[in-house]
Design a protein around this ligand. Structure first.
Ligand code: NAD
Length: 367
């Protein structure tokens, strides 16, 4: 493990300045020459419990970009766990490189050793370009790993539960915007029909929504369209569809100056992390436009809720769905607070999460 070099720059400020700005506890740089492993583990906050968050493998254009991702994503996990009522902190790991070329057993086990060296302060899981099979290899070197296959006593792929939570959040947002949580007849655009998006499309079509889908992956797009009857639209066209609801389920920062001007929807609810390019500016722009925004880290918490069941040692799928259903109520409280206080929903959610961390943190001070 390499110590953080104080002079190493992230954007225009140092790593320590960036970590201080976002309130991080620890940033761990991991390097292993023989396997080619380069990873960064971000531990944002462990007041509520160990920092849980998946490992993402991505061909980052620079180490700075990877560090920023680790910092932003781990912070998001703190808020997600706190708002969901879980006794977990926020962490996330990023591995730099092309997953199709670098990933193998030794590479993953070396990463597992780095996770293990943190003695449970960070617990990993799968994220982009990582699979439950990869978790098995990581798990050969550390017990601080979740998202193992069901046949190994794990909770398996969290995506269906995540999709259910997004669906619950969307219904809560519909209640706020339309006075009814029915999605029947509503026009919904789903951007990205991967693990989460395809299950979300199922819930929506079952309820009678008119669904429009797009994806980079044409094969997947065709398969989901054939199965669901959803209408395929172009990747850029999705922002111009005359839809009631936009569901970003691919990448972050899709709510920005350009797209807010183009979107015609009354509601935005999706699975993607960090949807607002600028939390404050774009949160306020959505208020001005009268768009009900269900914050990403609230509605996409089904996955971590599912994993928390695995951590308890007695995973129960029904319980995970029941807990995830509560996203409807959480979302309702957040949207009401946002309206009453005249603040963006994202800010309202963050304030509620911060309050829980502060209150529970104080409780923990006494024996
Ligand atoms: P995934 O990789 O399975 O699916 C993402 C899909 O988006 C892919 O099919 C990909 O081809 C497509 N895509 C990529 N760029 C696109 C673009 N520009 N336009 C349209 N489509 C594009 O990922 P996933 O597991 O479904 O997760 C989706 C999002 O939700 C991610 O941002 C992820 O971080 C977030 N999320 C997922 C979970 C989970 O349980 N899987 C939990 C919380 C948050």
């Amino acid at each position: 493990m390499v110590e953080v070099n104080e002079k190493e720059k992230v954007g225009s400020i140092s790593v320590f300045e960036q970590a201080a700005k976002l309130g991080h506890e620890q940033l761990v740089f991991c390097h292993d020459e023989p396997t080619g492993l380069k990873a960064i583990i971000g531990i944002h906050n462990t007041v509520l419990g160990p920092a849980l968050g998946g490992t993402r493998m991505w061909n980052y254009v620079s180490e700075e970009e990877a560090a920023i991702d680790a910092l932003r994503l781990s912070r998001g996990m703190t808020y997600k766990a706190a708002i969901s009522g879980l006794n977990l902190g926020g962490g996330k790991a990023v591995i730099i490189g092309d997953a199709s070329k670098l990933k193998n057993e030794a590479f993953l086990r070396r990463f597992g050793k780095f996770v293990n060296s943190l003695s449970g302060k960070y617990i990993t899981a799968e994220d982009m370009n990582m699979t439950t099979g990869d978790m098995v290899h990581i798990g050969m070197e550390t017990k601080h790993v979740t998202g193992l296959p069901v046949e190994m006593g794990g909770s398996g792929d969290p995506s269906p539960v995540t999709a259910y939570g997004v669906y619950m959040g969307m219904k809560a947002a519909a209640k706020k915007a339309y006075g009814s949580d029915s999605l029947q007849g509503k026009k919904v655009t789903v951007q990205g029909v991967g693990h989460v998006g395809m299950h979300l499309v199922d819930h929506l079509t079952k309820e009678g929504a008119k669904v429009f889908i797009t994806d980079l992956n044409q094969e997947r797009l065709k398969k989901v369209a054939e199965k669901s009857g959803a209408t395929v639209v172009g990747m850029d066209e999705i922002y111009d569809i005359d839809a009631d609801i936009y569901a970003p389920c691919a990448m972050g920062a899709t709510i920005n100056d350009d797209t807010i001007a183009r979107l015609k929807c009354a509601i935005i609810t999706g699975a993607a992390n960090n949807q607002l390019k600028d939390e404050v500016r774009h949160g306020n722009m959505l208020i001005d436009k009268g768009v009900v925004y269900a914050p990403d880290f609230v509605v996409n918490a089904g996955g971590i809720i599912n994993i928390s069941g695995e951590l308890s040692g007695s995973y129960n799928s029904d319980l995970a769905y029941l807990w995830t259903e509560k996203i409807y109520d959480t979302c309702t409280s957040i949207l009401n607070k946002a309206e009453n206080d005249g603040i963006p929903a994202q800010e309202a959610a963050m304030l509620l999460a911060e309050k829980r961390i502060e209150d529970v943190g104080r409780v923990k001070l006494s024996f």
